[in-house]
Design a protein around this ligand. Structure first.
Ligand code: H53
Length: 824
């Protein structure tokens, strides 16, 4: 019998033999099958069930301890959680991965095959949703009492495939055959109201009261996903609400003979949690989206209040001591008027006390400056869906303008117009960003530069009103998933060189810097990179049929497709390289594979055209003998967390090339650097802080700065000038209009050219082209020096310890949340 080897496994007391027996037990008793006929699905589910025995122990202990100690807790409100798979993550965090691998091997099962049984839990679009997932991992690891609240979407982010190079979207059904990690909690169902009208009534003392008569009641059913901290620490929960028709409401309809109507009501209610809106950084502006936002905020607030009342009864005085709510972007901002409604209308609190309480509870994270992502809701829609809330918002606004704005700027109507939560116009709008700032005690941006711009460009007057309200918390990523689990080879080397403490103390990686010049460590580090690249090459072959040379530079751009992220800048440079090769058959360059992964919002036309262009150009280049393998272009279909985990360990070069001032932070930039990729990047978002950490020798910075971007726009930017003055730019743009890449169909790729010329090139692609091409040249020359490159790669891993999400969480705790850890 094999004994447990890892210290964490020893702490759980489980041995490999026990784990094996448990898996078999669940194969029999939970799956109703047997070892000789079980499918990989069944093995996977049985293993999950065995793991869950420990997860649930941890969950019970954590919840009991938090209850007994009556802890202050964070409540993270987010419309998105991009969790990915949980199997290997939970095993790693429980310290059971090696043991499970062994136990399964002894049963004749490869753990990797089981990992592939799991669908990604893709309840998010991109950076914001993945950040939420990293944060709840860190909160549990650091033993902070915290609950993540969100929506239990039936369909997560769409699945992407390509048909003749064009993006096709198919629904994602991540829980079609049930998800082993979630627990339904019917005992904690909530009911929420929408639509209807508001009546003004007077009580016996003649006091006015508002009574909301809802038009529809919807049931919220909570599903809990345990969030396992690393190393046997806390197990917190992510509580996701599923919408259903309210029983009692339907009962009435049934009784009045409306069977069909009742069924329709059911469908309408269930629609609320049906799908995730596939937009990233664009405002959906749809009624259903507002209802989604209100649905989960209202359910979550009621859940929080229920738990609070269990300990404190009707005494609200301790509420702000016990409860802090972080609003992940403005998406959950409607929680502010909802808490006001509960306090004023339901708990009969006076307005001033209720508002004082609210302002101690909420904090808001801004994730973008892009105007198209700043949410605004038509007042008209609010009146229809949430008639009582719009009244409350008007009152919040009236008092804000009278008691704050008019005091600082007496009689200044322009200021009032600018600061008003209600934007005037033909179609008056509720500005959710303004509401979030006014209703919160702290507002943060997500990287130093972004937080500065939030203050200087987005909300300067709010800063004048409340200078202490604004702060920065630079994003981070969990090193458990984004290094330990996804890059086991490098993790092993790190264990040897810096000790095993780095997953919870990422700054320890800096010890690796001592070895940056050590030829042996350089060889080991680069051998690991090479093996990871070979693995990825196989995966690429499997998914795309494209052969790539694993010794080429792997140059990776993975992120949502958006003009500001400038995948088309990368593409224009690829075209330039291709053209140089055709013009000079001996063109000397280190072979390079450009790898893309990106989903475009289904309604974002130009983004989809860029995907199409990349695919068409890839096709041509990859099959052109004259290129002689110097250049390959791969677009990986269906980019998601699980694919990122395969791409990131294999990257040599990380493309972080957004227009300066547009990418709030970025987190892919951190993951890639952590895994030893050298960044080609603009001085934007967290790239600036990465550059500070790794030093200018170990990052290729290019392009206009934020100030230069502003100056160029101010002086009048004319993209045509770059087209006419730079023959390479002109040639590649003109190339797009021919049928070279789309035989027989000239003009098929011209949308990109048009957006850059007639469209005015709003993201300054042409202005940055030359500088970008130079940075790429620099990468080429750096890579030729093997030892020099190894040193850069090692230093990237060694020097980015700052970007652990544990540090972000500690920053939130000290600057915003004021929590105390609670050891379980
Ligand atoms: O949030 C990330 C940032 C990233 C930013 C992203 C984001 C979304 O994914 C969606 C909406 C939004 O307003 C912002 O683009 O720069 O790293 C996490 O903060």
């Amino acid at each position: 019998m094999k004994k447990a080897t890892s210290p964490q496994a020893a702490a759980t007391g489980a041995t490999t033999e026990q784990l094996k027996q448990n898996i078999i037990k669940h194969l029999h008793s939970s799956l109703g099958t047997d070892v000789n006929k079980a499918s990989s699905q069944a093995w996977w589910r049985a293993t999950c069930a065995a793991v869950n025995e420990q997860v649930f122990d941890g969950l019970r202990n954590t919840q009991r301890t938090h209850y007994q100690q009556d802890t202050r807790a964070l409540h993270y409100f987010s419309l998105e959680y991009l969790m990915g798979r949980l199997f290997s993550n939970n095993l790693h965090n429980l310290g059971l991965f090696e043991q499970a691998k062994l136990a399964l091997a002894e049963l004749g099962i490869k753990i990797a095959d089981l990992e592939d049984q799991e669908e990604d839990m893709a309840l998010g679009n991109g950076g914001l949703g993945r950040l939420a997932a990293c944060f709840i991992d860190s909160l549990a690891t650091l033993n902070y009492p915290a609950v993540g609240y969100g929506i239990h979407y039936e369909h997560g982010l769409f699945k992407q495939s390509f048909q003749d190079g064009r993006q096709i979207e198919r629904p994602d059904s991540w829980r079609e055959y049930a998800n082993p990690w979630e627990i339904c909690r019917p005992e904690s169902v909530q009911e929420i109201s929408v639509y209807g009208y508001v009546e003004t009534v007077y009580d016996l003392q003649g006091l006015m009261k508002k009574v909301w008569h809802p038009g529809r009641i919807i049931k919220g059913v909570p599903w809990d996903i345990p969030v396992v901290g690393y190393n046997g620490s806390s197990v917190n929960v992510l509580r996701l609400w599923e919408s259903r028709a309210s029983d009692f409401f339907n009962w009435d309809v049934f009784n009045s003979g409306g069977y069909i109507d009742a069924a329709r009501e059911n469908i309408e209610a269930e629609t609320i949690s049906k799908v995730l809106y596939p937009n990233d950084e664009t405002d959906a502006g749809k009624e259903l989206r507002l209802i989604q936002q209100y649905f989960f905020c209202s359910c979550s607030l009621k859940d929080i209040i229920r738990r609070y009342k269990r300990a404190h009864g009707d005494d609200w005085s301790k509420f702000p001591q016990q409860v802090v709510i972080q609003l992940n972007d403005t998406h959950p901002a409607v929680a502010i008027p909802e808490l006001m409604r509960i306090l004023v209308d339901r708990a009969d609190m006076n307005w001033d006390d209720a508002w004082a309480l609210c302002q101690q509870v909420f904090a808001y994270t801004n994730h973008t400056l892009l105007p198209e992502a700043l949410e605004r809701w038509p007042v008209r829609l609010f009146e229809k869906v949430l008639p009582r809330h719009i009244e409350i918002i008007y009152e919040i606004n009236r008092r804000f303008l009278a008691e704050q704005v008019d005091v600082l700027w007496p009689g200044d109507h322009a200021k009032k117009r600018k600061l008003s939560i209600i934007e005037e116009g033909d179609e008056p709008m509720v500005r959710m960003g303004h509401l979030s700032v006014v209703g919160s005690f702290k507002v943060n941006g997500v990287a130093e530069i972004h937080s500065k711009l939030v203050q200087s460009d987005l909300f300067p007057e709010m800063v004048a009103l409340w200078p202490d309200k604004f702060t920065n918390v630079t994003n981070g990523v969990t090193p458990r998933r984004w290094l330990k689990a996804c890059n086991p080879r490098l993790s092993k080397l790190l264990d040897e060189k810096v000790g095993t403490g780095w997953p919870v103390n990422l700054k320890l990686l800096s010890k690796l810097a001592d070895y940056a010049d050590d030829p042996q460590v350089q060889d080991s580090f680069m051998a690991i990179k090479q093996q990871n690249k070979a693995d990825l090459a196989k995966e690429i072959k499997k998914l795309t049929r494209i052969d790539i040379d694993p010794t080429a530079i792997f140059d990776i751009q993975i992120k949502r497709l958006h003009e500001y992220k400038r995948q088309h800048l990368n593409l224009l440079h690829i075209l330039a390289l291709y053209r140089r090769i055709l013009q000079n058959p001996d063109y000397d360059m280190v072979p390079r594979v450009f790898i893309f992964g990106a989903k475009a919002a289904p309604g974002y036309k130009l983004a989809k055209e860029i995907i199409y262009a990349i695919n068409k150009i890839a096709d041509k280049i990859n099959n052109d003998k004259r290129v002689k393998n110097r250049l390959k272009v791969v677009f990986m279909p269906n980019y998601r967390v699980t694919l990122a985990e395969k791409l990131i360990p294999a990257a040599d070069v990380s493309e972080q090339i957004s227009t300066a001032g547009k990418e709030a932070s970025g987190t892919g930039n951190m993951k890639l650097a952590l895994n030893g990729a050298v960044t080609v990047g603009t001085l934007d978002g967290a790239n600036i802080e990465i550059a500070e950490e790794v030093g200018s020798d170990n990052i290729a910075i290019f392009g206009l700065t934020v100030d230069e971007v502003k100056a160029l726009h101010a002086s009048g930017y004319h993209s045509h000038e770059y087209y006419h003055n730079n023959p390479e730019i002109k040639a590649v743009l003109d190339w797009l209009e021919t049928d070279y890449f789309t035989p027989g169909k000239p003009g098929e790729l011209s949308a990109i050219k048009h957006s850059l010329l007639e469209g005015g090139d709003p993201y300054l692609v042409l202005a940055d082209f030359e500088s970008y091409a130079k940075a790429q040249q620099l990468i080429d020359s750096w890579y030729r020096d093997k030892a020099g490159w190894a040193k850069k790669a090692i230093l990237n891993t060694a020097l980015v310890g700052k970007f652990t999400s544990d540090r972000s969480i500690e920053d939130y705790v000290s600057k915003v949340w004021q929590l105390t850890p609670c050891k379980i």
